[in-house]
Design a protein around this ligand. Structure first.
Ligand code: SAM
Length: 247
């Protein structure tokens, strides 16, 4: 049986980092050592360009390499860290918002017995390589949890579920893709709506987490925002934990 494959996040960003990094590396090796001299307030100044090109090349190439390392290793450690924050009974109904190829939903399904894990997504190709509902289902099959998994095509801002449908809602690097703050807050309100009283949402992202925390607080959730996870994720991410009051 084939091995599960959870794809590489933001492949276009990684490609651009390597292309720009490569160009800056060539400029470091073969470009001019400096430009100038210019006259600045009566002083003659020469701009040292090689150091600037070298700094830019290192940060772009390192950034691209760290993003690949996250996709190959870090995302699994980050997933396990998130899932370890839930005291599983095995009977939970779980929702993964922006599930992609099923990283969190499938990880959760492995901890379920009678419960189910549902993944929703709009399958944006720019956000993850091979990002399709079929790839998600093939991974669920490969991981032996297909009977506890459901996949739906749906936008985080308008979820096709009744109120209080889920015990746990999970989301990893999805909500920042929503282009406006209003839409990101809408998605948080939807997460809150479909969560049952007493349920918990874990929303992880590399930016906008202060907005998510504020949106959940506005709905009277009990909210915590973690520090930056510096070692497993690139870019570094935070996890917002939002608990819905029991009543
Ligand atoms: C970087 S991928 C992460 C996928 C998965 N959560 C993971 O950690 O491997 C972001 C996902 O969010 C999805 N997405 C973006 N905007 C969305 C929206 N408005 N509603 C639902 N999913 C969305 C993308 O299609 C993509 O699958």
């Amino acid at each position: 049986m084939r091995k599960a494959d959870y794809g590489i996040d933001a492949p276009g960003v990684i490609r651009n980092l390597f292309v720009i990094g490569g160009v800056l590396l060539l400029a470091t090796l073969f470009g001019p050592a400096g430009v100038g001299p210019f006259r600045v307030g009566g002083t003659s100044v020469t701009l040292e360009t090689r150091g600037m090109f070298a700094g830019g090349a290192v940060s772009c190439l390192l950034g691209g390499a760290l993003m690949i390392l996250y996709a190959e290793v870090g995302k699994f450690r980050h997933r396990d860290r998130m899932l370890a924050m839930i005291p599983w009974t095995g009977a939970e109904n779980v929702l993964d918002v922006g599930a992609g190829r099923g990283l969190l939903a499938i990880g959760a399904a492995k901890r379920l017995t009678t419960g189910r894990a549902v993944g929703i997504d709009i399958w944006n190709a720019a956000d993850l390589t091979g990002n399709t509902a079929d790839a998600f289902l093939a991974n669920a099959e490969a991981e032996g949890v297909a009977e506890r998994i459901e996949v739906r095509s749906a936008d985080a801002r308008r979820m096709p579920f009744p109120d209080a449908s889920f015990d746990v809602v999970l989301s990893n690097v999805c909500l920042h893709n929503i282009p406006d703050a209003k839409g990101r807050a809408e998605a948080c309100r939807e997460i809150g709506r479909v969560l049952r009283p007493g349920g918990v949402a874990l929303v992880s992202d590399f930016r906008e987490t202060a907005l998510y925390a504020a949106a959940f607080r506005e709905a009277d959730f009990n909210v915590e925002r973690s520090g930056l996870g510096l070692f497993d994720t690139y870019p570094p991410m935070r996890i917002v934990t939002a608990r819905k009051p029991k009543d």
